[in-house]
Design a binder for this molecule. Structure first.
Ligand code: TYD
Length: 213
């Protein structure tokens, strides 16, 4: 097995995509491969990677909070992120762990920017304050048509506040992601996610230049 330039002790790898894209499954599969390469892997997520974040997540995803202002929503995701970076991500990177994170500030740019129509500069300023400018080594964008993502989510019980949005919202979110990927080809790797999990996993390994003999 050989790992490409993105994978090392202390690498920071982010998974992004619309709801139903399969991030959680793909992160778990990649974690197994990286551990077999001898790396210590920390898997985490936003929102909700910390105790404080878990409480913010409950608030953010509660269908009863449907009248939340879109700026308030952006601030709450940024607050979750600030806590997460300081409590979990930075200490793990300093220990030399390889960090896999399910969503990061690119979700804010896609959902609160593309989906809700908030200004990109505002969101970037807010998130630079929250993150202190910490960027991942690579962002794996699992790309899939909005209809397919929603179809997968609705197969898994009652939708949360975000999952209850209309197809058009997820189309805008997807567009928001693809625009970011086009602007930042250096860190984004776009993987077509409309395939069985094993096949998508192989595509993720190829995107990250990991070769399995
Ligand atoms: P996620 O944990 O991926 O959802 P689930 O565990 O239900 O699959 O993300 C929760 C929701 O929060 C998801 O709909 C995307 C949304 N979100 C934003 O709108 N902005 C953000 O910055 C983040 C991190 C997530």
């Amino acid at each position: 097995m050989a790992a490409g330039k993105f994978i090392a002790k202390g690498s920071f790898i982010v998974f992004e995509g619309i709801d139903g894209a399969g991030k959680t499954t793909q992160m778990r599969l990649l974690a197994g491969v990286l551990e077999s390469l001898g790396l210590t892997v920390l898997c985490t997520r936003e929102p909700g990677g910390t105790g404080i974040g878990t409480r913010l997540r409950e608030l953010l995803l509660d269908p009863a909070c449907r009248d939340i202002n879109r700026r308030t929503e952006a601030f709450l995701y940024a607050a979750d992120r600030a806590q997460h970076i300081n409590q979990i991500i930075k200490p793990a990177l300093q220990r030399g762990d390889t960090v896999l994170c399910d969503r990061y500030l690119y979700s804010t740019l896609a959902y609160q920017g593309g989906g809700r129509g908030l200004d990109t500069d505002f969101l970037l300023r807010l998130n630079t304050l929250a993150t202190g400018g910490l960027e991942p080594d690579v962002v794996v964008l699992l790309d899939l048509p909005a209809e397919e993502g929603i179809g997968r989510v609705l197969g898994h019980g009652l939708p949360d506040r975000l999952e209850s949005e209309k197809t058009d919202f997820f189309r805008q979110v997807r567009r928001g992601y693809l625009e970011q990927a086009a602007r930042r080809p250096g860190i984004f790797r776009v993987v077509q996610a409309g395939a069985p999990a094993g096949e998508v996993h192989r595509r993720v390994l190829t995107a990250l230049e990991i070769k399995i003999d």
